[in-house]
Design a protein around this ligand. Structure first.
Ligand code: AMP
Length: 398
């Protein structure tokens, strides 16, 4: 990675401000239901504290308060959990900029401060230079460890870097290493599995991966637009009629580039989404029926192609995995990947739904890397530069 990390900069005696992803799920009583994201930040936090900084100031967004103070979106529960995990006090403030914040940090007897939800200020998502400067004034060094928001040019991910030396934390570094290697310098063959609902969300991704992958397997809702492009009957399955032409062009491109493109070839169909008891497995979809999962023949073909892989990248579920009746294909592929990982294949799971599917299959610890960012990993795999990463200081040559 060509970006500086916390290892490349002297933090001793410095005030360090770090962007984290503490956007944790909360229940109605505002209790944290999964502290995974807080735990994920701990290695970088501990490393920084070992360097004896003057202060470590943490910041994050939570939910979508859209520039207003929403009591339910306060970061108070995060501060409490973080203090438990670190075994030391965390001073949680009620705002993230301004004189009161500055004074509170100056007077804080402990080492760790947590600012209030950044999105209580409109300046955060608007990347307002004044707001970014106010954040920067709190510290001497900026660390970004929030991969999940690195695709957004916000004040705390991009604007702030104009005013401070800016480096990556360990989480961000790990994401860039795994995702970067998988697409830019993969151990070949590279097999990509794509699913999810919409072709329109994945066109750029497929375009980019056609230049990188040896094989691409397409299942999930997006497969039906491709099947339609091949003249197949898809019944009432998900279709983006205005993308049939694009799908056709992508199929042609794959042929021209010698990339093996496999579409689902058998399907779990129902006459109605809410009638799973009537489900059938077919190779031809009759009129009036919709396909909601891949069938056993597709699972077998996908597994066969996967068995040739040295690197696998997976983005998007292969059926409506949220409903048990339509989850088999997605879970079987998750299991296949777990077995491949055990054989030394690098298995990289994009964030969002694919990560949830792997979690549902209880196989999260059996993959090489599961990205913490849905949108960010998608944009990275599309070959786009993430603004929050691009803005960090480059490593010095030599
Ligand atoms: P995306 O956000 O584009 O990755 O889409 C994820 C969603 O695609 C999940 O909520 C799945 O339920 C849905 N999905 C997967 N396969 C199908 C299918 N065959 N028909 C309809 N939706 C699907």
């Amino acid at each position: 990675m060509n970006k500086m990390t916390v290892r490349d900069i002297d933090l001793k005696g410095k005030k360090v401000i770090m962007r984290c992803d503490f956007n944790v799920p909360l229940d109605e009583a505002r209790k944290i239901t999964s502290d995974m994201r807080i735990k994920a930040a701990v290695p970088t936090i501990k490393y920084i504290l070992e360097q004896k900084p003057a202060k470590l100031i943490l910041m994050s967004h939570l939910g979508r308060p859209d520039g207003e103070v929403i009591e339910e979106d306060r970061l108070t529960p995060v501060g409490e959990r973080l203090a438990q995990l670190l075994g030391e006090p965390v001073l949680k403030l009620d705002d993230c900029v301004g004189d009161i914040v500055k004074n509170s940090i100056a007077k804080c007897p402990g080492r760790v401060v947590l600012l209030e939800n950044l999105r209580f200020h409109q300046g955060e998502t608007k990347n307002d230079p004044g707001f970014a400067k106010q954040l920067a004034e709190l510290a001497d060094v900026y660390v970004n460890d929030a991969f999940g928001t690195a695709h957004r040019a916000h004040a705390s991910t991009q604007g702030i870097t104009r005013y401070l030396p800016s480096v990556a934390g360990f989480l961000l570094e790990k994401e860039l290493q795994y995702l970067g290697e998988a697409v830019n310098n993969p151990t070949r063959p590279l097999v990509v599995i794509l699913g999810g609902a919409k072709v329109s969300d994945k066109i750029l991704l497929i375009e980019n991966l056609l230049n990188k992958a040896n094989s691409i397997l397409i299942g999930g809702g997006m497969a039906y637009t491709f099947l339609k492009a091949l003249g197949k009957n898809i019944g009432t399955s998900l279709l983006e009629a205005d993308k049939v032409g694009v799908a056709k062009a992508l199929i042609e491109k794959a042929k021209a580039k010698g990339v093996r493109l496999e579409l689902s070839s058998d399907f779990v169909i129902v006459p109605d989404f809410d009638k799973p008891e009537q489900k059938r497995t077919v190779t031809e979809i009759p009129d009036g029926w919709m396909a909601l999962d891949i069938g056993p023949q597709t699972i077998a073909t996908f597994k066969e192609v996967l068995s040739t892989a040295k690197t696998v990248v997976w983005n998007g579920p292969l059926g409506v995995f949220e409903k048990e009746a339509y989850a088999t294909g997605t879970l079987e592929i998750a299991k296949a990947l777990a077995e491949l990982t055990a054989k030394g294949v690098k298995t990289i799971i994009g964030g969002g739904d694919s990560a949830s599917a792997v979690k549902k299959a209880k196989l999260s610890d059996k993959m090489t890397h599961i990205s913490t960012g849905g949108g960010a990993s998608l944009e990275f795999l599309e070959g786009k530069e993430l603004p929050g990463v691009a803005a960090l200081n480059d490593k010095k040559a030599g």
